[in-house]
Design a protein around this ligand. Structure first.
Ligand code: ADP
Ligand code: MG
Length: 238
């Protein structure tokens, strides 16, 4: 578990600033959802935390240490993408093991961790299959498993359910809720779906055009939206 702190974080692409000075304190073991309309900067903020993009200004700390200049592999994070990003030629097992193989973890530890994650995600019987022989929901579980085996301090999810059909989305959402209870790691979860945010998150960060509009618990935001934008987004009656 680890706290994540952002101070005055800015990001520009060329001449265009898309993140305009974000301050955030995410606590140890907290499940935080980033919500907001398409293009508001959710993925960019997540990619900055992951180290997949460099900050243009500001400071980012994970677990009390400044990580502005640390590469992704040394930040203690693991990211789950909407598109799964599995290697098509590798089995589910090898996809889950791959990151650990690179970091020279010994074979037995790798096997133990992959089996434990597979048990948690109920994909033990699918480990020898390649991605093309798995359903969308099963692929997403392998992608989540690949994150779990690395035992990250922080999990980052970028709209992990948005490629799934409605029924599977509900089911996978419940599995993520269970994962949250089982792993008790810090989780940052990007979604444009307010139902996902309201049901999963301890706190919600509402983003609007590269700025934080409001931060609060689901009930806070529902009952006390700061403005019409938040009210409209959260679906509260105000
Ligand atoms: P969201 O995930 O909330 O839909 P993004 O973080 O993907 O939003 O994008 C925020 C803004 O930054 C958008 O205007 C997008 O076009 C822009 N953007 C994101 N990535 C890049 C990039 N690599 N180069 C240029 N502009 C980008
Ligand atoms: Mg996005």
């Amino acid at each position: 578990m680890a706290a994540v702190t952002l101070r005055g974080v800015r990001k520009s692409f060329g001449r265009f600033e898309v993140i305009h000075g974000v301050d955030l304190d995410i606590r140890d073991g907290e499940f935080v959802a980033f919500v907001g309309p398409s293009g508001c900067g959710k993925s960019t903020l997540l990619r900055l935390i992951a180290g997949l993009e460099d900050l243009s200004d500001g400071d980012l700390s994970i677990d009390g240490a400044l990580v502005n200049d640390l590469p992704p592999a040394r930040r203690g994070i693991a990211m789950v993408f909407q598109s799964y990003a599995l290697y098509p030629h590798m089995t589910a097992y090898d996809n889950m093991a791959f990151g650990l193989t690179l970091s020279r973890t010994d074979k037995r530890t790798i096997e133990e961790r992959v089996r434990a994650a597979a048990r948690l995600l109920q994909i033990e019987n699918l480990l020898e299959r390649k991605p093309r022989d798995l359903s969308g929901g099963q692929r997403q579980r392998v992608a989540i498993g690949r994150a779990i085996v690395r035992e990250p301090k922080v999990f980052l999810f970028d709209e992990p359910l948005s490629n799934l059909d409605a029924a599977l989305r509900v089911q996978t959402r419940m599995e993520i809720a269970k994962l949250k209870e089982d792993l008790r790691a810090t989780m940052i979860y990007v979604t444009h779906d307010q139902v996902e945010a309201m049901t999963l998150a301890d706190r919600i960060v509402v983003l609007n055009a590269g700025r934080v509009e409001q931060v609060g618990s689901p009930l806070d935001l529902y009952h006390r939206p700061r403005n019409r934008f938040v009210a409209g987004f959260i679906g509260s009656p105000a």
